[in-house]
Write a protein that binds this ligand. Structure first.
Ligand code: GAL
Length: 403
């Protein structure tokens, strides 16, 4: 069952007035991401917070993020903390340096501290069964945040973006930009770089892109000179930039040093795109612009987009992901069993789908709230990232994240 709720049919009264302004066509909004997020949640969060406070006194939300070394998780951690604090909750935030054992320890600590709710972005989706059993035994509800946690019945909900769609957007961007439907006999060379095999999202991103491009690969319009067309061959442990760079230098050395032209580097996210771009700068002999994809809108990648070194990124508004997590979290703290109605009840000013089919974690399908990602290029950075308040445009001509 899928339910989709759009702002236009959801909002009434004061909410509708403030959010209509926020979504106005003028595009000249000066609100910051934080104030936008606040705006989006103010009515439901305030109402629910007071109920929660009356029911339970002060409650603490444990927020477990994977690492500070990948930019986006810093933004997620700050937005989540800010949202829950504003709604009247205490927070404990952990970052586990991309180390699985460390995250297990951090989660053990949060359970021992008797937090009332856990929001967890896993480093390794397969490694948390035992520690989360402890959370379940202590009756702590767990939200799997952004990355699906596998092989546990301790998580009740999943909040993320439509991960398959992220890959589809990257693939479709390649099709449209190279006009592959009208390529005739012309062929283009493409190489894939995917994410961490321990991250459940990584296969969704890769499959979304690969499935979208497969008809053109089958037809011969797209050629993969390295022959690396399986997720396992193109994966990048821990989404690490240096690892992606070294692998891509090898690919360039083995397949392109004879002057073969590289047309597309399909990278699942920005940290890997950064490594691939560095490899192209150092080791690619060709002079053409390589179409490089990414995901996240990391600061350095946006600068590369402005400078023409990366072509696009798929942006996921993590401020909104935090808002969805807040409203879901409040419902869980109030002992409710949220479903698709949470979307209409919350009146979010962003698209969200309630999905009870796509994410089976090995113990059953986990009900999911999935937000919608956006393609960002040089042409729409201002509109999508700056006018919306997520980034400011610096005097240096590059966008900088607000959080
Ligand atoms: C994924 C996440 C992406 C990207 C990547 C590396 O799980 O969905 O947005 O950030 O991790 O951090």
């Amino acid at each position: 069952m899928k339910a989709k709720q759009l702002l236009s049919i959801a909002l009434v009264g004061a909410m509708s007035a403030s959010l209509a302004a926020c979504g106005s066509a003028s595009g000249s909004s000066t609100s910051t991401a934080a104030s936008k997020a606040e705006e989006a949640t103010s009515a439901p969060a305030e109402a629910a917070t007071s109920t929660a406070a009356a029911a339970t006194g002060d409650q603490t939300v444990g927020i477990a993020m994977p690492t500070k070394s990948l930019e986006r998780w810093n933004r997620d951690g700050s937005y989540l903390e800010e949202q829950f604090k504003k709604a009247g909750y205490k927070t404990e935030v952990t970052y586990s340096d991309n180390k699985i054992d460390q995250q297990v320890k951090d989660l053990e600590g949060l359970v021992a501290d008797k937090v009332d709710l856990l929001v967890v972005a896993a480093i390794d989706g397969e490694a948390l069964s035992e520690v989360l059993q402890g959370a379940k035994d202590a009756n702590i509800p767990v939200i799997s945040y952004d990355r699906l946690i596998r092989n546990t019945d301790a998580i009740s909900y999943y909040v993320s973006f439509d991960n398959y769609k992220v890959g589809q957007l990257q693939g479709q961007y390649v099709i449209d930009t190279l006009d592959l439907d009208n390529a005739g006999d012309k062929t283009y060379n493409i190489e894939f770089t995917a994410g961490d095999p321990a991250d459940n999202n990584a296969t969704f991103f890769f499959n979304g892109a690969f499935d979208t491009l497969k008809p053109y690969i089958d037809k011969g319009t797209l050629v993969i000179p390295s022959g690396q067309n399986q997720f396992e061959q193109v994966a990048t442990k821990q989404w690490d930039t240096a690892t992606a760079m070294t692998r891509f230098q090898n690919i360039l050395g083995s397949n392109y040093s004879d002057g073969t032209q590289l047309d597309v580097a399909l990278c699942s996210n920005d940290s890997t795109a950064l490594g691939v771009t560095q490899a192209i700068e150092s080791d690619y002999a060709g002079t053409n612009d390589v179409l490089v994809t990414g995901q996240d809108g990391d600061e350095q990648n946006l600068a590369n987009i402005i400078d023409g070194k990366q072509t696009m990124t798929v942006y996921k508004a993590v401020a909104n992901e935090a808002v969805a997590t807040l409203d879901l979290g409040i419902a869980l703290l109030n002992g409710e069993t949220p479903d698709d109605k949470l979307i209409s009840d919350s009146g979010w000013d962003f698209d969200c789908t309630y999905d009870t089919e796509s994410y089976d974690n090995g113990m059953g399908v986990i009900p999911s709230y999935l937000l919608t990602p956006t393609v960002v290029t040089k042409d729409n950075i201002q509109k999508e990232l700056v006018d919306t308040g997520y980034y400011t445009m610096g005097d240096d001509g590059y966008p900088h994240p607000v959080q």
